[in-house]
Design a protein around this ligand. Structure first.
Ligand code: HEC
Ligand code: HEC
Ligand code: HEC
Ligand code: HEC
Ligand code: HEC
Ligand code: HEC
Ligand code: HEC
Ligand code: HEC
Ligand code: HEC
Length: 376
């Protein structure tokens, strides 16, 4: 008898547990009218695998993933007909209507115009980006909203992880993606799921992607790298120096780059930015924990990079350059001495100049009222 009751109780508990555990039912609660409608539509659309056919022979299944919908931001607050406004249950499914459209792609483009109604801010951002420009001018097959966001589960494909973001871009940019995956940044992302390394959108942004092949992008691109490589907190765990930016800006390459940037002129010659020496998507590290990382090895490797712009130079040429090491008494005594002397001389000179001017003014002021000097 007691055992019977116990099993009844536990069965009840299991039932309760299951009931709460059905994601669609429990979580669609916030907007019950919308979810009631969705349940009606999904009664067919979560099951049927009917395919729409288009003029060019392309097809599209009308099946939807119930759980993905009900857990998404859209599933929690929208009704199906907020976007599919033309559909009502009495006259649905419409007979063969979709055959009027040329292709499955045309259908996708047509349907995704609904995004504009509720997300006009994102819509206008995207209008000015390089993808949209190339679509207009060169008819390029660049992405629209739903290539990155599943309309029925909008962040699933886009933001589920940083890996997913770079893979999403990579699907259409396979060459860049392959290089990126081999780079020190990409490897750390793929193999260690490291959150500190950059993914595509950290450097290119997401909705406001600009053309990276312009001079402006090139002369300002060092700021992208500096965001992280100047950040003590981010770099210490990897034993990387944060001097890379300051040393770059102090040497001839960085100094002239900065001058061009300030004057908004187009540089007449190739200017060395971080990416010219390190690569862009294929940046390599110095193989962490590699004890055979000798100065001679580095010099050999470095000079190959220098030759890209300084044709035919010998390895000794690299010694004319301090790399990312700040000048110290030990590493570069001469440069250090010149810096110190200038550091002292410059302020002294300026002080004396100012003093000279002040004394002159004082003299002029004190002469006021006295007879001026008249020859003869
Ligand atoms: C009785 C089952 C059933 C129900 C209920 C149902 N659909 Fe459909 N739906 C279909 C079938 C079958 C197709 C494929 C028709 C075709 O081949 O063109 C379809 C096609 C669609 C399409 C793609 C074609 C188009 O016109 O864009 C959309 C969108 C759609 N349904 C939305 C809905 C919505 C929203 C609801 C709820 C209001 C709903 N459906 C309810 C069976 C159903
Ligand atoms: C936020 C707007 C939005 C909402 C809400 C929405 N849809 Fe869609 N739906 C779209 C867009 C955009 C497409 C075209 C997507 C594509 O082609 O990749 C689409 C396509 C479809 C299709 C065609 C097959 C496919 O997957 O491309 C069906 C069927 C469909 N929706 C049914 C529904 C049902 C049922 C609901 C409610 C449970 C719903 N939609 C809610 C925007 C929406
Ligand atoms: C009828 C209005 C409406 C339409 C049309 C609409 N959305 Fe949304 N969207 C919403 C609402 C409401 C939210 C939830 C906002 C929130 O939670 O802050 C949302 C959220 C989102 C999010 C963020 C999801 C998250 O988890 O934070 C994305 C991405 C998104 N929508 C993309 C799209 C795309 C792509 C389209 C076109 C296919 C579209 N939306 C069409 C109303 C709409
Ligand atoms: C090339 C891919 C891509 C395209 C095209 C794209 N998005 Fe996004 N979107 C993303 C990614 C990735 C995220 C999440 C990470 C982020 O914010 O950078 C995102 C985030 C969002 C968010 C949520 C912001 C938040 O933080 O809650 C909304 C809303 C959104 N997108 C709407 C749109 C709309 C509307 C369009 C079309 C006009 C669009 N997106 C086009 C990739 C894209
Ligand atoms: C649906 C495919 C698709 C997706 C997804 C996509 N792109 Fe593109 N993108 C293109 C096409 C097509 C071009 C035009 C130039 C070309 O053919 O490479 C382009 C051009 C560009 C350009 C301009 C430079 C050039 O080569 O013309 C940049 C930068 C860019 N994409 C970055 C991104 C980033 C970052 C993401 C992810 C957030 C992304 N793309 C996602 C298809 C895509
Ligand atoms: C660390 C920053 C950074 C990351 C991460 C990054 N890029 Fe770039 N990307 C750049 C820079 C800088 C340029 C322009 C280089 C130049 O020519 O000066 C560029 C150029 C491009 C171009 C145009 C030139 C070309 O090579 O075709 C495309 C397309 C592109 N990136 C796509 C991507 C994609 C896709 C990803 C992710 C897999 C990505 N980028 C990751 C910095 C980055
Ligand atoms: C989002 C932050 C971030 C951005 C932006 C970024 N990096 Fe990095 N970078 C890292 C992290 C973190 C590491 C260490 C990864 C590891 O060792 O696993 C790293 C490693 C490197 C290394 C290898 C160092 C070594 O010898 O081990 C080089 C070189 C490098 N980055 C150059 C660049 C350049 C050039 C840019 C700009 C085009 C850039 N990075 C942009 C975070 C960033
Ligand atoms: C003229 C070529 C050149 C330029 C420009 C340049 N680097 Fe370097 N960078 C090098 C070389 C060579 C090394 C290796 C030095 C060594 O190990 O002795 C290096 C090393 C590094 C390292 C590894 C540092 C460490 O602690 O081991 C990082 C990170 C780095 N550079 C980032 C940058 C960033 C960010 C920029 C732009 C602000 C930049 N570099 C500009 C050539 C350059
Ligand atoms: C992308 C091209 C580029 C790369 C790569 C490059 N440089 Fe330069 N370098 C320049 C330019 C341009 C100047 C002239 C700067 C100016 O005066 O505006 C310059 C100037 C110099 C100077 C000053 C003397 C002179 O010849 O004008 C030295 C020294 C130098 N670079 C060393 C190096 C070393 C060492 C490397 C390799 C680690 C290197 N550069 C890589 C473009 C480059």
């Amino acid at each position: 008898m007691f055992a019977d009751r116990l099993s009844f109780l536990s069965a009840g508990l299991i039932f309760l547990f299951l009931g709460v555990g059905i994601p669609g039912l429990a979580q669609a609660a916030p907007n019950s009218k919308a979810s009631a409608q969705a349940i009606q539509c999904l009664a067919c659309h979560a099951q049927t695998d009917v395919r729409m056919r288009f003029k060019d022979g392309s097809e599209k299944s009308v099946q939807l993933n119930h759980d993905a919908w009900s857990q998404s931001a859209h599933g929690k607050s929208l009704a199906c007909t907020d976007c599919h406004s033309g559909i009502n249950l009495q006259k649905h499914p419409a007979k063969k209507s979709k055959q009027l459209l040329n292709s499955a792609r045309d259908y996708t483009v047509q349907q995704s115009q609904s995004c504009e109604h509720c997300h006009s801010v994102y819509y206008t951002r995207v209008l000015d980006n390089i993808h949209s420009k190339l679509a207009r001018t060169e008819n390029a097959k660049t992405p629209i909203c739903v290539d990155c966001h599943d309309a029925h589960a909008p962040l699933d494909s886009a933001r589920s992880s940083r890996q997913a973001i770079s893979k999403n871009c990579g699907d259409c940019h396979p060459g860049v993606y392959a290089a990126y995956k081999r780079s020190v940044h990409g490897k750390a992302l793929q193999e260690e799921n490291n959150p500190d390394v950059p993914v595509c959108t950290d450097c290119h942004s997401t909705h406001t992607i600009t053309d990276p092949r312009t001079d402006l992008f090139h002369t300002t691109s060092y700021e992208l790298c500096a965001k992280c490589h100047q950040d003590e907190k981010k770099m210490t765990p990897y034993g990387l120096t944060t001097n890379v930016l300051s040393t770059y800006l102090e040497d001839f390459h960085g100094a002239s780059n900065r001058l061009y940037k300030m004057s908004h002129q187009n540089p007449k010659q190739a200017l060395a930015s971080c990416t010219d020496c390190h690569g862009i998507h294929d940046i390599q590290g110095r193989a962490r924990n590699n004890p055979t990382h000798t100065r001679a090895e580095v010099r050999e490797r470095v000079i190959v990079t220098c030759r890209k712009c300084h044709e035919g130079v010998t390895p000794a040429f690299a010694d004319a350059w301090l790399s990312h090491y700040p000048a110290t008494l030990q590493s570069a005594p001469l440069v250090w001495a010149v810096k110190v002397i200038f550091g002292v001389l410059n302020p002294l000179l300026i002080t004396f100049c100012l003093l000279n001017v002040l004394l002159n003014l004082w003299r002029v002021a004190n002469r006021r009222g006295r007879p001026t000097y008249k020859p003869f």
